[in-house]
Design a protein around this ligand. Structure first.
Ligand SMILES: [Zn+2]
Length: 380
């Protein structure tokens, strides 16, 4: 199995007994109320999902990843992990601050290294390649504020989420892979319910590996992606009714989508390396949005990284349904002209389902579409 990024899995979870003493002395420390997304980042740092990060980035770390795509220690990193605030916080280097989700709920400890101001537009251009507020990842980044606190974190309590049972830590998935005897493990990133093109890619992964980790993002997403419970239910159906169950592991990844295209493809690969994957599938326009990124920029970025990231990238081109082949195929396997090809769009599938229609079975399995439709009926 591949070692985690940076060589060791970071674990910054405070043991129960120590937690009691922190809570007993909590009035001695300043505190800061933070939102759920910050706490998800803390949890991902503390459980090693973001190894080798030990905390929120300092200015030096941020600039290093923004300009060079590597941390000051040389490890490749591409996405900012920041504790952003809208107002200047009253802390300084050396302060120990309790992070709360409410007045009572102390969730984490932050050892402040630095408080600094962000040049939001400059960072957005470097990370997202645009400072346009039309970009959902960029506007989300702007909204979080222009102040940042850098510093290491310790986790006391995990985030409350209805999907807790679905979320495995890197330590868990690594142990499961070892137990199942998986040596070659393919990671599959998704933010949506599975359609036929996803299934085609997952089957490719199954053909060349001992098993695949299907790892949907369950954090913040733009409004027109399916929500977490639908995605998990749909995958449950696909895995239990079609795949060899002992060759697939389904787990949720509780982090926000950034829609940063190529840089996020690298981030997604590094995360899966931490979970124990040896291979990672990067499709057309991975983590892209609208037409902000060249569809294959997310493939090319892996050729220009400043250091080896060890996890092997499986680059796949656009996948479509071809009416003459009568199957899902790609440019590499179908010789027919464009007019025979249907590219599968999740936006289109969602529109149909919202109207109460089942998409053609060539683009989504009818039983999965029906489950999504029923779930949509329940909430509307
Ligand atoms: Zn064809």
């Amino acid at each position: 199995m591949l070692k985690p990024h940076g060589g060791e899995l970071i674990n910054r979870i405070i043991p129960e007994r120590e937690k009691e003493s922190i809570l007993r002395d909590s009035s001695l420390y300043p505190s800061l109320k933070v939102d759920r997304e910050v706490l998800l980042d803390v949890e991902n740092i503390a459980t090693g999902v973001f190894s080798p990060l030990r905390g929120f980035m300092t200015k030096e770390e941020l600039f290093s990843i923004a300009y060079n795509m590597q941390l000051p220690d040389g490890n490749v990193w591409t996405i900012p992990i920041l504790l952003q605030l809208r107002e200047e916080p009253p802390f300084s280097k050396g302060d120990r601050v309790l992070l709360r989700n409410s007045k009572e709920g102390v969730k984490a400890v932050l050892d402040v290294k630095e408080v600094y101001r962000l040049d939001l537009r400059r960072i957005a251009k470097l990370i997202w390649g645009t400072d346009s507020e039309e970009h959902p990842g960029v506007s989300h980044f702007y909204a979080k504020g222009e102040w940042a606190i850098g510093g290491d974190v310790w986790l006391l309590d995990r985030v409350d989420t209805p999907f807790r049972e679905w979320i495995l830590d890197p330590e868990d998935t690594r142990r499961i892979f070892e137990y199942r005897g998986w040596k070659r493990v393919v990671g599959f990133q998704t933010r949506n319910a599975p359609h036929r093109a996803h299934e085609y890619l997952q089957r490719l992964g199954l053909e060349i590996s001992d098993g695949i980790l299907i790892h949907p993002v369950l954090g913040w997403k733009k409004a027109d992606d399916f929500d977490a419970k639908d995605i998990l239910r749909a995958y449950d159906l696909l895995i239990n009714n079609y795949y060899p169950r002992n060759r697939v592991l389904l787990s949720g990844l509780a982090t926000a989508m950034r829609y940063a295209g190529p840089r996020e493809a690298v981030f997604h690969a590094l995360i899966r390396k931490n979970f124990g994957c040896t291979h990672f599938i990067v499709g057309r326009d991975h983590a892209g949005v609208g037409d902000f990124y060249d569809p294959y920029a997310a493939h090319r970025i892996f050729d220009s990284l400043p250091a080896d990231i060890e996890i092997e990238i499986i680059r796949v081109t656009a996948v479509f349904y071809c009416s003459l082949c009568d199957t899902i195929a790609s440019d590499k396997s179908c010789g027919h002209p464009k007019e025979n090809r249907t590219y599968i769009s999740m936006t289109h599938i969602r529109k149909l389902i919202r109207k109460g229609q089942i998409p053609p079975s060539t683009i989504m399995r009818p039983d999965i579409a029906e489950a999504l439709l029923r779930s949509y009926d329940l909430v509307s």
